[in-house]
Ligand binder design. Sequence first.
Ligand code: TMP
Ligand code: ASP
Length: 258
Amino acid sequence: MNRRRRVYEGKAKILYEGPEPGTLIQHFKDDATAFNAKKHAVIEGKGVLNNRISEYLFKRLGEMGVPTHFVRRLNMREQLIREVDIIPIEVVVRNVAAGSLAKRLGLDEGSTLPRSIIEFYYKADDLDDPMVTEEHVTAFGWATPQEIDEMMALALRINDFLSGLFRGIGIRLVDFKVEFGRLYENEMMRIVLADEISPDCCRLWDVATDDKLDKDRFRRDLGGLLEAYQEVARRLGILVENKPTQTQGPRLVTSNNT
Ligand code: TMP
Ligand code: ASP
C-alpha cells in the first residue's frame, strides 16, 4: 500500500516525500502535455523511458562535474533526488532555430544559430510561462545576478557536453530546457541541476534524416512518440534491444517502492 506523502504533482511528474529528510522521490508519469496542458494524452511507457534517459544524462553530467539533484534510480518510474528549492525559471538553450524562436523571429526551422542562445522563461502556468529577461529575474527576486551567472555557466556546460554526447549517436541537440534548484547543505547553498532532461524537454533530430525524436512528435501530431523515445534510449545504450516489453509492460497505476 502506497502511503507516501505527495509533495507536488506536475504535468509529467509527481514528487513524493523521500525516505530521509532532504530527499524526495521523483515519479515519472505517462502523461504528455503541450501548449501548457491544453493538449494532453497518456502515452504508455513514456514515464519509464524518461526515467531511464534522465537518469543516464544526469549521471553522465554529474561525472563531468555538473552538480545535480540526482541520487539514484529506485525503480522503473522513480528516482531518489535531493530536495532543492526550485528557481522558478526555465532556462532554454538553443543551437538551431526551431519552435517558438523560429516563429518569433521568422527564422527557418533547422538553420544553425550564429552561437548558442540562452533564454529565460518564468515558470507560471497561469501565464503560459512567459519569456523574461535577466532584468525581470533580478528585479522580482526570482534569482540573484550571481545565481543567473551560475545557471548560465552550467547551462552552457550542459549544452556542450550533451551536444557532443548526442552527436556521437547521430542526434542533433537542437534546443533544450533545464531547471535549477538551490541545495542547502552545511550552512552552504549551491545551485544544482534539477528536474529532468528527457525528450520531453529537448529537441532531438536525427542527423541523417532530420527525423524528430522528441515531444514535437506529440505537439505536432506526428505520431510515433514512444518509438522515438525508445530510439533515443537504444542509441544511448540504455534499452536492451529485442526487449521492447521492458517498456511496454502493464501500466503501473500505483508506484512501487522497491
Ligand atoms: P520552444 O521552442 O517551444 O520555446 O521550446 C524550447 C525548448 O524548451 C524545447 O526543447 C522544448 C522545451 N520546452 C520545455 O521543456 N517546456 C516548455 O514548457 C516549453 C515551452 C519548452
Ligand atoms: N511543457 C508544456 C506543457 O506541458 C509545454 C510544452 O512542452 O510544449 O504544456
